[in-house]
Design a protein around this ligand. Sequence first.
Ligand code: ADP
Ligand code: MG
Length: 819
Amino acid sequence: MVAPGITGRTRPTKVKKQAAAQKRKRNDVDVEKLEQAVAELDPKNASYKDFTDLPLSEPTKQGLKSSHFAVMTDIQAKAIPLALKGYDILGAAKTGSGKTLSFIIPVLENLYRLQHVGVDAGLGALIISPTRELAIQIFDVLYKLGKHGHMFAAGLVIGGKSLEAEKQALTRMNILVGTPGRVLQHLSQTVGFNVDDLKMLVLDEADRILDMGFQRDVDAIIEYLPKERQTLLFSATQSRKLSDLARLSLQDPEYISVHAEDKTATPKSLQQNYIICPLQEKLDTLWSFIQASKKSKILCFFSTAKEVRFVYESFRHMQPGIPLLHLHGRQKQGSRLDTTAKFSAAKYSCLFATDVAARGLDFPAVDFVIQVDCPEDADTYIHRVGRTARYNRDGRGVLFLAPSEEEGMLKRLEAKNVPIELINVRQKKRQPIKDHLTHMCFKDRALKYLAQKAFITHVKSIYLQKDKETFKLKEYDLEEYSASLGLPGAPRIKFLEKDKVKEKKQASRATIELLGSSGESEDEENGLTEKKAKAVRTKYDRMFERQNRDILADHYKKLIRGRDTDGEPNSGNEGKNTKAVADGNEDDFLAVRRRIPAEADLSDAASDNDDTSITRAQKVVHLQGAAQPLIVDSNRREKLLKSKKKLLKLKDKGRKLVYDDEGNPHEVYELEDENDFKAKGLPEEQRQKYFDVERERVQEADVEDKAAAKAKRKEKMWKRKQRERMEIEEAEDPGVELDDNGEDALANFRADAEFSDESKSDGGKEAQKKKPNKWSQSDSENDHKSKKRKKGKRNVAQHTVEEPRTLEDLEELAAGLLG
Ligand code: ADP
Ligand code: MG
């Protein structure tokens, strides 16, 4: 267990200080030269081919060299010079064409030339990504490029971690990568998170960030940021909506669309096919495909997290002979990160994912992207398929389309210049897995539950799709689909049932209206309608009219049949039915279960109900305090007699009286004696006087209220500051603490640590020796997290790990950039 208050942080030595000063001095010279070179840069010049052609700082050059980046891609050659010169940019280039470096390099360079470094400088650049995985990836690129001498502090805020742990480090950050929700959370909650001097805002996958889902968060973030800043937007599918650009207050942005003239919107090295596959055959086809491609790296997209889980769990049990992975937004952050790392590193693997993996992720060497569920639109298709064939590599995309989706989706894809070809599935090679799944679902209730959820969420996702031309819910065979998941029957779907009832209601209303209007002429002849319309319609009449209710239809029909044939309601079966009602055994549905005797005077009960079709006797109850008597003609009314609360509503409202000193009752508002009123002066004067007195009273009360509110606010702020001060003191206290025996705890601790150096298993002490990580300081209070640290990745802090694996590693790296 780590002793509280001990951070193990040491002050920089004099030598280190001198080295830093020396470096800064060298930078000054460097900066002036760079400024001049950037000023001379001609962004329209197409001769910039290599990174070395650009005026870049030494640390960036080093970073590029160590990552073996030499020749620029098209988007880089066009965007970087403009961005270096401070232009706002809207950059569009195909997936996998190197957009990340197009903004990372300018961020590092522009802040470098401004020497926007150190704790006091505050946040200089904010990079926003739509998903956590992409944010981590961007951070990784930033780290790899920046670690060769840049001294910025960079951080990653993506949610799924303790907010408090991030708060402390944030105040020192110069560059921040994050997701919109978390960034906003910090902007609104973290005291001392200073963005007033922000120089650059970058939105990667900008069209996604600017769309509806993130609108509120992004608008709120923009509110916090200074208007005078450089803004860079990048995406493979860029929206040019003026309203979006206005929201970001872009200043004469430069549009860079390097592939606009290309015939296709997707990479040239990408081969794209689609197959026609009914919903109920998708899993068979997918399974067979995986079986035939075990020596590949496959990424499969589904529309919902529940489907991903079901397919992952069920396929896993069937031992497919290829490592399976799954990724969706409902997983814990740790496993999400773990999965992305595993899939990146894997040679052969199959990852089932939702659209969280659709954008930006750069998994190396993916062979196939299979879109098992049709994407919501052509843009999503382009992004999903863009996970393969990245940076001039080959790749294949296969889209599964249900027959009803084909026409609509192909139209959308054509409009976006996506070349795609139909291929056939070899039916001979298709291995049906339905029986296997049915067996598994039968044996394993958890799996069956997953299958049900997968079914329901999938149907719901189709139901909610905006593109109704492509997604026509009625065209899918849902019974067959549920059977293909191994379910014995299609689960009930509430929203569909509601819709059906609504439709039926509307249909029955429409037929009644139709009957009403079309039958008019006939009925006029025999005067039947008139008679019917005039007759009092009771609850039971209405019930009988509801023929379309499917659940009770048979029963109603039986009852109605008697009425229809004999012309009299239930005359044929009346005796039998009323008997059943009285006995309450044969047909429960109309049985009176409980009869509540009315306490009221029954002599008033209406004796004849000849004009209505009910057999029940009506009772008239005179309620005390009610002007109108209550007619009890139904079960519901009888029940009502039992509820005092409900009866209150039927009673008349009472009168409010005010009593004077002598005990005489008065109305609340009484007219004054006319003469008295006149004696007091003119009405207008009296009015004015009344206003004056009341105004004065309100003003006095207002002053008091404001003072009270101010005091309350002050107290609250004081308390908060006090709390934060204590937290900071706790965190920053170098830890010279005396223990119970009056000894120096830190000295003891260090001595212990030295002794136990060999016993690496003693992770708690080793963790103390690690280079301190500001973000994980507060984690040390958390036992669970400290355990993770105990695993002791000391080498991470020493910058020797090239492939960060856990979130903690990444955060260690973040602090590492402090230099
Ligand atoms: P995008 O954001 O356009 O989809 P990325 O920035 O993720 O693409 O880059 C795709 C891949 O191309 C990455 O693996 C990256 O390392 C590589 N890459 C980018 N720029 C270059 C370059 N100039 N030279 C070589 N590889 C590059
Ligand atoms: Mg990208």
